[in-house]
Design a protein around this ligand. Structure first.
Ligand code: CA2
Length: 146
């Protein structure tokens, strides 16, 4: 049984901590990875954080997770609101899926209120800043950890 949790991030999230700190905060994806690693260890899990600006790459990683992932934490970025392809890929994954948004998407433009991924996710965290990732990892510990 694998203990690997994929932490997938979509377009523009490579800029985390570098642009628009008023919306997305000052922490970088490297900080997110470090915070998740601490929580993952508590539960005997390992996190693998990945980011891509390309939809197909994210789908390929979801397929990879089908082979060796125990769970997926995903912030699909803007693909959240547009991608039936990511939704379809997540539906081929058998473990738990948790959706994270740094900002409170429900307080923002109406086009951010709908998520294809939420139709698949066991849980959704939005508006908790980057802390949402570590909270999702804690929940993953309850769902699949030791
Ligand atoms: O709140 C979130 O986490 C989002 O998934 C972020 C997406 C947005 O399209 C979603 O509606 C909500 C945008 C990611 C942009 O990431 C940046 C990070 C830092 C600076 C600029 C962009």
């Amino acid at each position: 049984m694998t203990n690997l949790i994929y932490i997938l991030n979509g377009p523009n999230l490579n800029l985390l901590g570098k642009r628009q700190p008023e919306i997305y905060g000052h922490d970088t994806l490297a900080d997110v990875e470090a915070n998740c690693a601490v929580v993952a260890k508590e539960f005997g899990l390992e996190g693998r954080l990945l980011q891509s600006n390309h939809e197909g790459q994210i789908i390929d990683w979801i397929h990879e997770a089908r082979e060796n992932g125990a769970g997926i934490i995903i912030n699909p970025g803007a693909f959240t609101h547009t991608s039936v392809a990511i939704f379809d890929a997540l539906n081929t994954f058998e473990g738990p899926v948790l959706e994270v948004h740094i900002s409170n998407v429900h307080k923002r433009e109406s086009f951010r209120h709908h998520s294809y991924v939420s139709l698949r996710a066991e849980g959704v965290i939005a508006g908790f800043g980057v802390e949402g990732y570590a909270l999702a990892m804690r929940r993953m510990g309850s769902l699949v950890g030791k």
